[in-house]
Design a binder for this molecule. Structure first.
Ligand code: 5GP
Length: 345
């Protein structure tokens, strides 16, 4: 007989943050920089833990240059050649501490990752990304990469439940990516019916990870700066964004002109668009669990970065957190039935 978990699980849209009495005078007093020391790599991190997703539209070298100026992080997508990596590293030595090299589970992925890391020892982060982080095969991959790179910081995922967070941390990962199905161009929930409401996933996975001195990254589902703040409030150490960073000058993907308006193509890494673009690559079991959209061109990503950072700083002042580090401790979520006034929507 199938089991039903009757506990209510929540998404970002189901809650608001309750304001609290505070001594902070202005949002400019809020410190968004965080420092972490990772459980397995023993390395330390210092920066604003907001991360551009390792999608080929968003996790670009151009994005890394822009984000790094603000101490944000970029998970570089896995489709750059070794030559492109070398060029980028030579021209942008200051960015290297704020980027990760990515790989999936394909054998050529691991080869390319190894080549990049051997060529560029200043790259200290690895992002191991599969749609389904629950497979035994993936756990074995994490173990193998940990063995090969004992002091690189490994991000791995995606999963949505505490027991799998623990397993991946024990296998050698440092930062577990949390999120199955919440992404803006993800169709997993439609195609498979599988998923987990993102806010609850983050709360539960953060608890599991922090118990082992591990870290988590909320990945997917943020639609506005308020959602980023809620993810941090729920206990995420890092927040990864795809859609919110899409549509900018720094993005990959075609620019489209229609009726005098500019758009940028944004697509899931398992969408048909991505499959076609990278055809000839390893057969991907994520096939067709992603879609393609045309995003209105938003110009330079710098204004979006300022908007997100301004929003999160303001959240911190509302709840009385002088530092981003204090945000989750100062968080009380209120369940709501409506978020926004829709009069002008
Ligand atoms: P967003 O910030 O756009 O809501 O979510 C970004 C995340 O969506 C990515 O970091 C990745 O985990 C996930 N994602 C990207 N492409 C695909 C896809 O084609 N299919 C699925 N299921 N998830 C995707």
């Amino acid at each position: 007989m199938p089991r039903i978990d009757n506990d209510i699980k929540l998404d970002f849209k189901d809650v608001l943050l309750r304001p609290k009495r505070s001594t902070l005078k202005s949002r400019s007093e809020v410190e968004l920089l965080r420092s972490f020391t990772f459980r397995n790599s023993k390395q330390s991190y210092h920066g604003i833990p907001i991360v551009a997703a390792n999608m080929d539209t968003v996790g670009t070298f151009e994005m890394a240059r822009a984000l790094s100026k603000f101490s944000l992080f970029t998970a570089i997508h896995k489709h750059y050649t070794l030559e492109q990596w070398k060029e980028f590293a030579v021209d942008n030595p200051d960015c290297l501490q704020n980027i990760a090299a990515s790989a999936g589970t394909g054998p050529s992925d691991l080869e390319r990752l190894t080549a990049i890391l051997e060529l560029l020892p200043d790259i200290r982060y690895i992002c191991l990304d599969v749609a389904n982080g629950y497979s035994e095969h993936f756990v074995e991959l994490v173990k193998a990469v940990r063995k090969r790179f004992p002091d690189h910081t490994i991000m791995a995922g995606n999963v949505v439940t505490g027991e799998m967070v623990e397993e991946l941390i024990l296998a050698g990962a440092d930062i577990i990516k949390v999120g199955i199905g919440p992404g803006s161009v993800c169709t997993t929930r439609i195609k498979t019916g599988v998923g987990y409401p993102q806010l609850s996933a983050v709360i539960e996975c953060a608890d599991a990870a922090h118990g082992l001195k591990g870290h988590i990254m909320s990945d997917g589902g943020c639609t506005c700066p308020g959602d980023v703040a809620k993810a941090f409030g729920a206990g995420a150490d890092f927040v990864m964004l795809g859609g919110m960073f899409s549509g900018h000058s720094q993005c990959g993907g075609a620019t489209i002109e229609k009726d005098g308006k500019k758009y940028k193509l944004f697509y899931g890494m398992s969408s048909e668009t991505a499959m076609k673009k990278h055809a000839g690559g390893v057969a991907d079991y994520r096939a067709s669990e992603g879609k393609s959209v045309e995003v209105e061109f938003k110009g330079d990503v710098e204004s979006t970065i300022r908007d997100i950072l301004g929003g999160v700083r303001s959240t911190c002042t509302y709840v009385g957190a002088a530092k981003l580090k204090e945000l989750s401790r100062r968080t009380t979520f209120i369940r709501v039935t409506q978020q926004l006034n829709t009069l002008f929507n």
